[in-house]
Design a protein around this ligand. Sequence first.
Ligand SMILES: Cc1cc2nc3c(=O)[nH]c(=O)nc-3n(C[C@H](O)[C@H](O)[C@H](O)COP(=O)(O)O)c2cc1C
Length: 394
Amino acid sequence: MSDTLLFSPLSIRGVTLKNRIVVPPMHQYSAEQGFPTDWHLMNAGKFAAGGTALVIVESTKVERRGCGTVGDLGIWDDRFIEPLKRLAGFIKQQNAVPGIQLGHSGRKARASRPWEGDRPLQRTPEIEDWDAWTPVAPSAIAHSERWPVPRALETAEVKDLVAAWGQAARRAHQAGFEVLELHGAHGYLVHEFLSERSNQRSDAYGGSEAGRMRFLIEVTEAVRAHWPDHKPLFVRLSVEDHAGWGPQQSVRLAKILKQKGVDVIDCSSGGITELAPILGKEIKYNYQVPLAEYVRFHADIMTMAVGLIIHGDQAEQILRDKQADLIAVGREILNNPNWPMDAALKLGVDGPFRNVPPQFGYWLGTRAKRGFGTAPSTWQNGLAERLAGDEKAS
Ligand SMILES: Cc1cc2nc3c(=O)[nH]c(=O)nc-3n(C[C@H](O)[C@H](O)[C@H](O)COP(=O)(O)O)c2cc1C
């Protein structure tokens, strides 16, 4: 048995996470008219059953115009509460904490799915509200030459949007989610307000750094007014966007957000220009971990590390080095939804199968008592050769 930080609980406000492993928001492009489908239930359910402490449902849009693709999840109307309740309830039944990310795609709205080219959508008759879905942004500046010029939001519309985030938070609470994350990263609407490149407004929501931060700060206030005190609030930032916004600005912002009731900064990067992609081109383990460490240290706030964290011991080391408080495992958990169980085995945690529901945890535990399956099945070096040898011998 070993004592690990990865499998130690963490209480934030009134919510206790049973370990430090988080599924970060990962878009499924599978909603219908904004409503979740069985796919969402299966997808979130398998991660929750795999032993993760917190499952954060993908970026769910606070208004129709904010949808990135035809398959985005929505939360802009009370009609979304009941179907989302089913999703949150199912995650909870698996002894995991249900979280949800609120988002708005801004000038990157109305796009095709990544595997269909990740480009502006072509108009088709099936999209009945094409004009109402016109991308909006702080200023009429396109993401790149490939993308359409968005319509700049009027000041009154910005205020309406602040209110929309507040209402979305209320709905997330009513649906039973216990952790809320605001998407302030990856070149979407909130990030577009923060960045000088995309925000050239002359009203109170632009200009100076304080002006550019105003939208997110007001959104946070509106959200906190509707999101109960006992429930944690996270904000995801592109702590370094390689286009003028960096760790120092993020620290200044994180200090203000902390005052406004934000508990955790989820530290990501990139996305504001085509040259600074969110993922895909990074080829280094832990590539965003230094950002989590920097914000944690300088803003004195809890952080979540994310980005090519793949192995259990790698995650444990990040926590031991005090670089972050939570570990988000994204693409690797797509590969192995039982990643927490696997990590527990590798780290020699006592009762690795206790982390998962008894429907399978019980059977794996009893088998382990007889000496089988105590190492991850893909991990037993030399087993194939030994079995081949046994076959030859028989
Ligand atoms: C399929 C997919 C969908 C994603 N959707 C979102 C999203 O909705 N919101 C968000 O903030 N990040 C999103 N991301 C980024 C992930 O949350 C995560 O930050 C990224 O995958 C890096 O972590 P990893 O190396 O562990 O995968 C998505 C990533 C993937 C692979």
